[in-house]
Design a protein. Structure first.
Length: 143
């Protein structure tokens, strides 16, 4: 179902971050957040509200990209946990947040959108977008 807010949609109007990989269906962008290196969004190109607005084949393709990004981020960062979230209350355009988490990060054990639990996280090295893109391609090939 098309959304009436299409013209004002942030994810239709801009890439939404640094694009590290894309296909005809979707793109993977890195979110610039010093506390969460490796934080990615997997964004459907098409403006649809919910996963079930997608034909099943494309739904499965999108999830295979989400899992490839998860493998890539785990391989690069060895986080204690990976958070996967599809919210879209503010931006009702299908996209997944993939957030590597560490026991000592700013919000652990709460979601990154909750109140911070500590002042700052230990510094972690930033993700190299090209390296992440290559890991995603490798993960997609092995599925
Ligand atoms: Zn949109």
């Amino acid at each position: 179902m098309a959304d009436s807010g299409f013209n004002n949609c942030e994810l239709c109007g801009s890439p939404g971050g640094e694009v590290v990989w894309e296909s005809a269906l979707c793109r993977v962008v890195m979110v610039a957040d010093a506390d969460y290196p490796g934080y990615c969004r997997i964004i459907l190109h098409k403006h649809l509200r919910e996963m079930t607005d997608l034909p099943e084949k494309e739904r499965m393709q999108l999830m295979s990209v989400v899992f490839a990004v998860e493998s890539a981020v785990r391989g690069l960062y060895q986080p204690d946990k990976v958070n996967l979230a599809s919210l879209g209350n503010m931006t009702p355009h299908v996209h997944w947040h993939l957030i590597p988490r560490w026991r000592d990060d700013r919000h652990f054990p709460h979601p990154v959108w909750a109140a911070a639990q500590r002042a700052s996280a230990p510094r972690r090295s930033p993700v190299d977008g090209r390296q992440l893109g290559e890991r995603i391609i490798a993960a997609l090939r092995s599925t």
